[in-house]
Write a protein that binds this ligand. Structure first.
Ligand SMILES: C[S@@+](CC[C@H](N)C(=O)[O-])C[C@H]1O[C@@H](n2cnc3c(N)ncnc32)[C@H](O)[C@@H]1O
Length: 279
């Protein structure tokens, strides 16, 4: 494993939680500002098999696996509701790729992205300038700058794990309109699927949500990571040497700690879809 990555993990574990989060956010600033991956539209592990329509639809055709994870999360709306959502929120929107996928699937809706990372928000704003009805806000998933009940659809890929499942669901539920849908993907190594399913079920119950779906997608995510190795390797080859090992670890490449967690069956990824009852 990379010396820098090991050092960071060693150091990070000893920090109090708020400082751990600050460090993680600083790493994202570097990734979004300086790494060769900053030209991507997505920062997620992906989902296989790829959705057919994304294979030929620019810019998703360059990162179809990553766009498919969003596509899969957005299926949550159709699974739980009928008409098109008018107002949509992407929590932890990163560089805005998921907002683009949502704009394709729900044309005419107003889409807001929220990310705690100001660099990500700035880049996403620039890239989504031409997208009517899209806006990006800088803010924390745990204290969102939105009024109660503002969004018909709240979705998220890969952000819940940074803030904790329960507080994530609580604040997402607050901004969800009655009849609205919360759909997100997340990943953990602390427990198995059944334990997590029960935890999500209990939390949804506490928040008054109807649980529509909790689906184990670990195999799909791992298949995507494997299929994406050549693309990631090409990006990592452009990372300056002292940081290359770190990039290999961060990108879940074969030989990395995360990759091994998948091989050993210690990593879990899943999707959650909940519906807020009509008032
Ligand atoms: C794994 S990346 C996923 C980015 C994007 N969803 C995608 O799939 O391309 C996680 C994102 O969550 C954001 N994030 C982490 N903690 C957050 C918080 N407390 N509030 C809002 N966003 C947060 C990070 O800045 C980062 O952009």
């Amino acid at each position: 494993m990379s010396f820098l990555f090991t050092l960071k993990r060693h150091f990070q574990r000893r920090l109090p939680r708020p400082l751990q989060r600050k460090l993680q956010q600083t790493i994202y600033v570097v990734l979004y500002r300086l790494s060769p991956a900053r030209h991507q539209n997505f920062f997620n592990s992906g989902y296989a098999p790829v959705s057919e329509w994304l294979k030929t639809c620019p810019p998703f055709d360059r990162e179809p696996l990553q766009a498919t994870l969003y596509d899969r999360v957005l299926d949550g709306w159709a699974d739980a509701s009928g008409a098109s959502p008018r107002s949509i929120l992407d929590i932890g929107c990163g560089l805005g790729g998921g907002m683009r996928v949502a704009a394709h699937r729900f044309p005419g809706s107003s889409i807001v992205g929220l990310d705690v990372n100001a660099t990500a928000a700035q880049v996403a704003r620039r890239r989504l300038r031409e997208l009517d009805g899209a806006r990006v806000e800088i803010g924390n998933a745990l204290s969102q700058p939105f009024e109660d009940g503002r969004f018909d659809l709240v979705f998220s890929v890969g952000a819940a794990g940074y803030v904790g499942l329960k507080p994530f669901m609580k604040e997402a539920t607050r901004v969800l309109a009655p009849g609205g849908v919360l759909s997100f993907s997340t990943g953990y190594t602390d427990a198995g699927f059944e334990e997590h399913r029960l935890m999500v079920q209990a939390e949804a119950g506490k928040l008054g949500l109807e649980l529509v779906e909790v689906t184990d997608i670990t195999a799909n995510v791992f298949a995507a990571i494997d299929a994406d190795v050549p693309r990631r390797r090409a990006l990592i080859d452009r990372v300056p040497w002292p940081f290359r090992g770190y990039a290999l670890a961060w990108a879940d490449m074969p030989g990395s700690m995360r990759y091994q967690e998948y091989v050993d069956g210690r990593r879990l990824d899943y999707l959650v879809v909940c519906r807020k009852p009509e008032a």
